[in-house]
Ligand binder design. Structure first.
Ligand SMILES: [Zn+2]
Ligand SMILES: [Zn+2]
Length: 106
């Protein structure tokens, strides 16, 4: 049977430890679906926090900014591999054409 809309959270036994009780109160009254969403959001937050801690988000931001500069014609970029003035190929490269680097010129 499908529970009626707005049904209260499943009746869980009140947890014994203080921490678990606080967590339980934070989610009290949420439906199964809402709990599910909370669970996913918490997981995404955790991943983002980890990425931020590792400096990965800064790298992603910098890379996106670089691509935007190339797309806007503000930075010269290789049409084949995407290297540019601020990010050369691994091991280095030079321009052999307006938009072709030495690694891609064969
Ligand atoms: Zn290239
Ligand atoms: Zn290159």
């Amino acid at each position: 049977m499908t529970p009626a809309k707005g049904n209260a959270a499943p009746a869980l036994a009140r947890p014994k430890t203080r921490r678990r009780r606080q967590r339980w109160l934070a989610f009290e009254g949420l439906s199964r679906e809402e709990l599910e969403v909370q669970h996913h959001l918490a997981y995404v937050d955790l991943l983002l926090a980890k990425l931020e801690e590792d400096g990965v988000l800064d790298l992603v931001e910098a890379e996106l900014a670089r691509r935007r500069r190339i797309a806007a014609g503000l930075e010269r970029g290789c049409q084949n591999c995407g290297c540019s003035e601020t990010r050369a190929c691994l091991g280095g490269c030079i321009w052999v054409d307006q938009n072709v680097c030495s690694r891609c010129a064969k």
